[in-house]
Ligand binder design. Structure first.
Ligand SMILES: [Zn+2]
Length: 463
């Protein structure tokens, strides 16, 4: 086969745990399930970060977070990207992103001949401050009332002397809220229409990157799908459940998330048939994966970021080749491996998994933590505002945290002291290699010394 076309599909926020090919009892994604039986299914795939920006940055560069430094919304992807490499290899590169964090603002359009960002007001040129205020609106804020949130943002804007921008964006948010009362998707419809149109003139071989946001909160789906999954009629904003005793709602939240997956699946099917219709299946490789998972109440968490437990880092990875070769790969892989696989003819080299999280306070340094996360429990805020690193092998995950806690997560059975010790040494070696240029994110010395000085008796075993 001469250079095959490659379609890289990021199903944003899709965790492996709720998918039928990963053992879930519900058929949440029937189309993908069918495809997975004609594909290489990676049973143990992980993202290298628990949220969008650093995770995509690793996928796009093959580097750890501590090497690419794209760990917050103020960072910009500067090193050579996958798309740029593909271009040098003779590929025609094309990207569509529905995630407002994966745009030209963060440099993720680098290397694409054409890159569409499907976000509101996409034709509007925003100044840096407007962008910032707009992003605050989009942030997950744990303040329950919209009015209260708006008031806080108003105060923030007055301090920054950006009241005009604030009003402009507020009005557009209200308009979109009114529009949003009935279901409309988060861009998948538009994305597929763009692909359908562009595919006709796109030269081969092509590399297409797509980020679909349908599984991301607020969880939503068309009425008939919600009914199928017993999901609540209103869309579910998980952030509202963070503070309260919400155990009774767990099932409903899970149902709402499942309904979103099912809707996304219908859009994947639609996408696949666009390629089929254009007679492209015989020389196109499809990669279906995600940038991170999602907490649906596990460990007291909802949403993503926050921590490195399996729920938020275990993702699907399904690679479909034109010859429909089907196998299951048990060996642990990460998005970093996907980068190298795409560039090296899909050969998998054995690499250790290294996952990092720089904490909630590094998402952005411009917006005060107190503004973003007012209302969130203090202990949760403290726990999630630290650096942590993790590695996984043979079903054993070890998480080391800056506060000295060590967490062992065992898939099945137990982990021996020796196994844990090997993982620990490996992690400390990786952490020891970190050379941070941007020290404002955290005190590197403190971090490394703390991780080195961990008292190993202080671990939690989770099953
Ligand atoms: Zn994401």
């Amino acid at each position: 086969m001469s250079q095959p076309n490659i379609v890289l599909v990021i199903m944003d926020t899709v965790r492996a745990k709720n998918l039928p090919m990963y053992g879930y009892q519900r058929n949440t994604m029937p189309f993908l399930n069918k495809i997975s039986k004609k594909s290489i299914l990676y049973e143990n795939a992980y993202s290298n970060a628990p949220w969008t920006i650093p995770s995509h940055a690793t996928l796009f560069t093959g580097k750890n977070q501590s090497e690419h430094y794209v760990i917050g919304i103020e960072d910009k992807l500067r090193t050579e990207t996958l798309a740029e490499k593909m271009k040098r290899m003779g590929y025609h590169t094309f990207g569509v992103s529905n995630n407002p964090l994966i745009t030209a603002l963060t440099g993720f359009d680098k290397g694409f001949d054409k890159f569409y960002s499907i976000i509101e007001q996409k034709n509007e040129l925003l100044s840096e401050d407007e962008t910032l205020i707009k992003k605050i609106f989009q942030l997950r804020t744990y303040e329950k009332s919209f009015i209260k949130r708006v008031f806080k943002l108003f105060v923030f804007s007055v301090r920054r002397k950006k009241v005009k921008e604030f009003i402009k964006i507020l009005l557009s948010r209200i308009a979109s809220r009114i529009r949003n009362t009935s279901f409309h998707d988060k861009g998948a419809n538009k994305t597929n229409k763009i692909i359908e149109k562009e595919i006709k003139t796109l030269k081969q071989p092509f590399f297409i990157f797509i980020n679909y946001l349908e599984a991301h909160s607020p969880y939503d789906a068309p009425k008939r799908i919600k009914k199928m999954f017993n999901a609540p009629q209103d869309r579910v904003e998980i952030v509202e459940f963070m503070r309260e005793n919400h155990t009774k709602d767990l099932e409903l939240i899970n149902n709402a998330y499942d309904a979103g997956l099912y809707y996304l699946d219908t859009k994947l099917k639609e996408l696949y048939y666009i390629f089929k219709k254009n007679n492209l299946l015989k020389n196109t490789i499809f990669i279906f994966t995600s940038d991170h998972g999602e907490f649906l109440g596990e460990h007291g968490y909802f949403g993503h970021e926050l921590d490195l437990y399996p729920e938020v880092i275990k993702i699907p990875l399904i690679i479909k080749f034109p010859n429909n070769k089907h196998t299951h790969i048990k060996k642990e892989v990460s998005l970093k491996d996907v980068y190298f696989m795409i560039l090296n003819n899909f050969k998998l080299s054995q690499k250790n998994i290294f996952i990092e999280y720089y904490g909630l306070d590094t998402f952005t340094t411009k917006i005060p933590l107190s503004l973003r996360y007012r209302g969130i429990k203090k202990d949760i805020l403290k726990e999630t505002s630290q650096y942590m690193a993790a590695t996984i092998e043979n079903g054993v995950e070890l998480i080391l945290r800056e506060d000295g806690e060590e967490i062992v997560y065992v898939n099945n059975g137990t982990a021996s002291t020796e196994e844990i010790s090997i993982l620990r040494q490996r992690l400390l070696k990786e952490v020891g290699k970190i050379k941070l240029k941007r020290t404002h994110y955290f005190n590197r010395k403190r971090l490394i010394n703390k991780l080195r000085g961990i008292k190993h008796g202080k671990n939690r075993n989770l099953r």
